[in-house]
Write a protein that binds this ligand. Sequence first.
Ligand code: CTP
Length: 446
Amino acid sequence: MKKVITYGTYDLLHYGHIALLERAKALGDYLIVGVTSDAFDKNRGKLNVQQSVVERIEAVKKTGLADEIIIEEYEGQKISDIKKYNVDIFAIGSDWQGKFDYLNEYCQVVYLKRTEGVSSTALRETQNPIVKIGLVGLANPTERIIQESLYVSGMEITAAYNSHVAEASAICEKYNIELYSDLENMLQNVDAVYINSLLPEHVTLIEKALNNECHVLCESPIFMNKSDADRLFDLAEKKQKILFEAIKTIFFPAFEHLMLIVNSGTIGSIRDIEVSCSHIPEDLNEIKNEKYKGSMYDWGSIALIPIIKILGTEYEYCTMFDYEKAGFNYFVRGLLKYKNATAVFKVGKGIKTEGQMIITGTKGYIYVPAPWWKTDYFEIRYEDLRSTKKYFYRYEGEGFRYELLEFIKMINQNRRESYLYSQKEIKSIVGIIEQFEKEEVEKLNS
Ligand code: CTP
């Protein structure tokens, strides 16, 4: 019996896929189809796949052409599959011409002519027209967002608003972005905005964007008080638009997995979380009169994310020690008390500490080394050190692409809540920012 194997993502299965499977099958007597896992596609930078692996397998199954379906999970798996299943022929579309010649050592490699005029990419684009995004504010990290947006299909950064046109023209020219000095004018020419400005400006900007029928992705902290959050989330609902806070940490593959492990009870019940973020910026002297560039505004939401996501939104109280120098908040140590757990966060701007995270459970703990907020690695440790488990998850670029992707998916699916960061969680963190803003803190001046 001649065995043939072929691989693909098979997103939104189309006649090009079916034609390939038919011809692959005709090369032998038994066809094995490898369908990529969601994590494998994500890892190799294919971020735009619409259907889950379960849906894609189901579609391949329905063609009736596959005698066996397997999941492709890692690089290098093809060699091991060919040996394991005693494969005679490896077949793949001609878009891969030459790329799999190395498999000739293990079986015959056949490139089949690709069907013209159809692809999953094209189908995704017809299903969901490209989302045109306008930038509001061009300070850090906007340029990195522009660079990473090039890897996210389904969106394009087409415009930017800056009242000081001269300042912004270089970056806009570099990336071929149209620069507007009038916000309303820009809003009429885009579908969504990415807001990166000082916290007190967020409310007005978000409101304007929503009233101009634009979706909004806004840097954290998104609001300085809960009533603004309630009001504008209601407006977004009324307008049927997405309003979302940009915190890239949540979407890092390692962080996503860490949350699943914690929720699965592997380290028992969680009793404490310790989390720190700090940074000494080069321009510290220039910004130290700017209240909203202080540590709590810069890092607060990021540090609170794992606490609120793991221990929940129902903390009993939060105590904060606010270290200030000439009115600039350079360090905060906060304590959250829950019914059966505690959490400590430390945030610093112009002071340095170890940026790690430790999640303490009744059976063991999770250690995430610095910088935990853009982690690719963590360990689960138990009393017996030999039981330590180490996890590594690669991420692409600086991680912004995952957050952009979630935003675009929310728009396309008209899903106003993210599975990974709910409105309730956003509002709970806004509540702590509000407490800090109202100076319900213990102050230490130096
Ligand atoms: N294929 C084909 N003809 C097409 C599209 C795909 O023969 N018009 C083949 C590919 O060469 C591959 C298999 O179908 O062997 C699975 O391809 P896949 O990457 O899943 O599909 P694409 O439509 O190419 O997806 P994308 O646009 O996301 O790259």
